[in-house]
Design a protein around this ligand. Sequence first.
Ligand code: F6R
Length: 260
Amino acid sequence: MRVIILEDTDDVAHVGASFFLQQLELKPASVFGLATGSSPVALYDCLINAHRNDGVSFSRATTFNLDEYYGIASDHIQSYRHFMQVNLFNHIDVVPSATHVPDGMAEDPITACLRYEESIAEQGGIDVQLLGIGRNGHIGFNEPSSSLASRTRIKTLTKETIEDNARFFSKDEVQPTLSLTMGIGTIMEAKKVVLIATGRAKAKAIKDSIEGPVSASCPASMLQLHRDAVIVLDSEAASDLDNQAFYQFVEEQRQKLEAA
Ligand code: F6R
């Protein structure tokens, strides 16, 4: 695991985005796994700026989002499809048909989930997967107790996640309690995983993920078994880590090697 600890949230967005831009430079037809929520918004702004100001093109890229609320149509203002359109897709040159978000209104969700897995495989798998993390350690909507080998499927959200996401829904809106989400097994097959987290509220989940045991009680801890997982944190999200000084020392050594 590579742990990068940065001063503030802007740095997290820039460094997080750099992994996607490097990948795109290496392989214009890259396959990206994407996330929603508050964490990736500033990172997506960096990608939009790179497209607008530096001529970076996403025209050959393919994207697969981690999850979608079950029972919400793609044109619903709270859908993750809508979130992606507003926060990224409408502002870059990605081909609309190359962007995939699970279908929250699928009549046969089990088949739709299987099909989602097949589509990822048909594209050759995900090159770089972006993740946020829930306060309970969830990645995607893989809540604690999710199988560490799980695939894309329907998941029930925890009370904590429903409460955390209530901020996006107005009082008269029905908030979904189910989701379609890539599984932890699906996420683990991405060639590279970049998890970003900012703020004190994420510190315990980050501590458990990086320094705790690998456990279904903290789904993100499974990333300890990933061959190329990068965790990009601001100082608050990193504040419970015991080995902060070591992670920073490792990064200094890496920079020296890269400069040599
Ligand atoms: C969203 C997702 C979730 C979020 C997590 C953190 O697609 O998969 O796991 O990444 O709930 O959400 P924020 O960034 O809003 O704190």
